[in-house]
Design a protein around this ligand. Sequence first.
Ligand SMILES: Nc1nc2c(c(=O)[nH]1)N[C@H]1C(S)=C(S)[C@@H](COP(=O)(O)O)O[C@H]1N2
Ligand SMILES: [Mo]
Length: 599
Amino acid sequence: MPHVTTETRGTTIPPRDRRRTVVGTVVGLLSVGASLGAAELASALARTASPVVSVGDAVVDNTPPALMELAISLFGTADKVVLVSGIVIVLLGVGAVLGVVALRRPAAGYAGPAVLAAAGLAAVLLRRADDPGAAVPVLVGAAAGASALALLLRSARGRLRPAPAEDGPGDASGPGAPDVPDVPATPRTTQTTQADEGAQAAENAPGEPVARGATHTENTPDGQDTPATARPQDAADPRPGPARGPGRRGFVLTATGVLAASGTAGALGRWLPPVLGDAGGPSSLALPAAAEPLAPLPSGVDLGVPGLTPFSTPSADFYRIDTALTIPRVDAERWTLRVHGLVDRPFEIDMDELLAAELVEADITLTCVSNQVGGDLAGNTRWLGFPLADLLRRAGVQSDADQILSTSQDGWTCGTPTEVVMDGRDALLAVGMGGEALSPVHGFPARMVVPGLYGFVSATKWVTDIKLTRFADEQAYWAQRGWGVRAPIKTMSRVDVPAPLDRVDSGEVVLAGVAWAQHRGVEAVEFRVDDGEWETAELAKVPGIDTWVQWVAETAVDPGRHSVEVRATDTTGHTQPSERVDPVPDGATGWHRVRFTAE
Ligand SMILES: Nc1nc2c(c(=O)[nH]1)N[C@H]1C(S)=C(S)[C@@H](COP(=O)(O)O)O[C@H]1N2
Ligand SMILES: [Mo]
């Protein structure tokens, strides 16, 4: 297809401009790719945060709570993948534009990586003030990106030599078009005129770091620059045709090389950390038994209704909510917890000392404040840990310290009312769940769990610091973003069976679900079918007041569409209200309703 022009919104784009755009885009994308790949590898080797992740963390930190809610409800736990992909896509997009600009104005092209690097440095250093090493991958990435840009620009210039009038078929092809066997070195033909040469020189100006005149060079397939003074030889070349050979092949080779190198670096960067960091994982931690093991769960906690949430949540199925884009990998050997602030005797404890202490067990249902009515951001397990109250007593809490401000290894903070932790409930510095060490996603090697409080004000994972302070003086992560400060878990109930839009046989139908009112205990669960009279459901056994409880009922229904609604009453006599309230700022309310069809 010689002499192809492209019609775009009425504008005729000459083939060379289009080629320029395509080549520039490729140059930009590959430069960004090189930058990201090198940064990933550098972060793995330097054992520090990946810049993409740090930027993501900075985005998360500065996202308004309402938007955060939206993201969580839209993408669930995939919100992290969406965010990281979004950042990479934006970077690639910026890279593509910069690549096109750089072909014309290399100076502007190089300003791109410089500005991006500065922004990256700012994000990384603000977010990881404690880890200046996190700047290393940003700088390595910027250097790699700039080098790739230089390399690609140099060979792209060969690719984009102005073509003679007798352009051949190869001319219309972009980098993605099927390749035509390349012409060997210096196939420039006599058709290349002085005028072309002049146009090229003009095009490269201003500021392009290319020597012109006698030293004007172009790329040959073996990557060597051949002085353009070889022109007389060119003139001897008998073949008519396009000036497409050396530049094209050189560019494709360079581009492929850059792509392969960045892909390899990126893959290594992703693959290395788990390999390097394996020492110190949960499997290396031998948990002692509790000093006084808790009685086994009473038989009858599980009603065994098909489709009903099991009483004990396997760790692998336990919901996960946190702001961490990559799971902090904490070495138990090096882990310490500092207890300080408004205390008489600040101290630090390490894992050996913690495991040697008298550990206790407790059955506690954890719940996220972001859980919607009918949602599944709740899980129940048997925790193993050291009583937080004993830890605080050892430090000697001063009377005005109404807030326990805990901080995770990755800098998340959480404010818990001191009086709640000290009131005798099983608030734990937990090291185990479900009979095993905590898994990395659930806070290995140590986290907090406080029965009766939503996770965001109590359940700090990867906890490394506990500071006694005052609510009036310091605000934790979510409090700074408009969420509640004291957030007891609201009484809630859910229908699991039938599942929404299920089809069941008419006649007797089994209804079942779970209800919770941690640290108050569920007194009763009621249900009603098709907005009829409230009826009382049967409750399963529970080990205490800190867990959820399964409920079950039977009802007779005719063929047709039906709904079932549920509400719980806790032992204080409080019945969950029908009024629908959003999770922000301190938990949703409302009755869960499920629609189903009997046939
Ligand atoms: N370090 C850290 N701990 C955290 C959070 C967090 O973002 N970072 N989120 C909290 C919230 S909002 C909840 S609901 C619980 C969830 O714990 P899980 O992921 O083990 O279920 O962890 C809490 N602990
Ligand atoms: Mo949460």
